[in-house]
Ligand binder design. Structure first.
Ligand code: TMO
Length: 317
């Protein structure tokens, strides 16, 4: 009897150490969010295809780009591979501080999201790119909807750019009109550029737009973390957002806190994925200029970057 108990105990110990040493990734699907701009959607499919190479099953879930951080906190989605500092830094940091999301990796890409104009606008509004040149020519940017104020064409509201707060804090004679989609931004830019009409709109880098148009970002007062929390910081002593967006913003990968233990092999790959500015721009271009479907664009990127991702999925590297 005693012997039996001992050997059962030994078997249990062996089984336990075995399961620890050879922990297999869960067969549950890894849920990857897709958002409303093209590099992100293509990149999501690249990330998905790389995780599939570890044996994982993945599922793509269309998700609001702010709500995604709560969803990742609750484990409803499992990663966010394009965390732009300017748009999502606050939402991301909040869930990292709560301990439910981990900062899995930082891409090499440096990002900027800001008011932007095509180059010919400098002739219409001298003094640009300095932000304080805008008020003198605000009326030239007016539309029927905003006249006599100038129109700033912002991105979809879920990118949460605080443009209206900035307009107020810097006393700009502009009104923010949010585009319903990224495609609507580019359509307005194209039609303005054809007629060389004044336009100032939200844009970012890396993006495919820089391959199509010469242009510049408006230079607002330099970003400082205090600008968004401390009204007394900056030129306006009573208001926050009297500054621009970060110029060298990070691009990070976030993961649900259970990801590393639930899918350890997939997590090791996720941590090695590293996109450059060129990668993100190319991902946008494949969708927006070459009109590829996301999965097809992802296959193209993977075919063109094989030696890089082979190193990312190699457990020995
Ligand atoms: C988050 N975005 C790249 C659309 O600015």
């Amino acid at each position: 009897m005693k012997k039996l108990v001992q050997s059962t105990g030994l078997a249990a110990i062996l089984a336990l150490t075995g399961s620890m040493a050879f922990a297999e990734d869960s067969t549950d699907a890894i849920k990857i969010p897709t958002h409303n701009w093209s590099s992100q959607i293509v990149g999501a499919h690249i990330v998905g295809k790389l995780l599939e190479k570890t044996g994982a099953t993945v599922e793509y879930v269309s998700t609001d780009s702010q709500v995604v951080y709560t969803a990742a906190c609750e484990g409803d989605v499992h990663l966010v591979h394009e965390v732009w500092e300017g748009a999502f830094g606050v939402a991301f940091q909040k869930v990292v501080d709560e301990g439910c999301v981990v900062d899995a990796a930082t891409h090499d890409a440096k990002t900027r999201e800001e008011w932007w104009y095509p180059s010919y606008v400098e002739e219409i509004c001298p003094g640009l790119p300095a932000w304080d040149a805008l008020n003198a020519c605000a009326e030239k940017f007016a539309t029927a909807e905003t006249s006599p104020k100038g129109r700033f064409l912002g991105g979809p509201v879920d990118w949460l750019k605080h443009d209206a707060e900035r307009v107020e804090a810097l006393d700009l004679n502009f009104e923010v009109v949010n585009a319903g989609s990224a495609a609507a931004l580019w359509a307005e830019l194209e039609s303005a550029a054809k007629r060389k009409e004044p336009i100032v709109l939200f844009n970012w880098t890396p993006n495919f737009i820089e391959a199509l148009y010469e242009g510049k970002f408006v230079e607002f007062p330099e970003f400082d973390a205090k600008c968004k929390d401390d009204p007394s910081w900056g030129t306006n002593k009573d208001m926050t957002y009297d500054c621009g967006n970060p110029k060298d913003g990070y691009l990070k990968i976030a993961a649900w806190k259970e990801f590393p233990t639930k899918w350890p092999k997939a997590y090791a790959v996720l941590q090695k994925i590293n996109f450059t500015n060129m990668d993100v721009a190319v991902q946008a271009k494949l969708a927006d200029i070459d009109n590829m479907e996301p999965a097809q664009a992802a296959d193209k990127w993977l075919a063109d970057n094989e030696s890089r991702w082979k190193a990312w999925i190699d457990p020995a590297s």
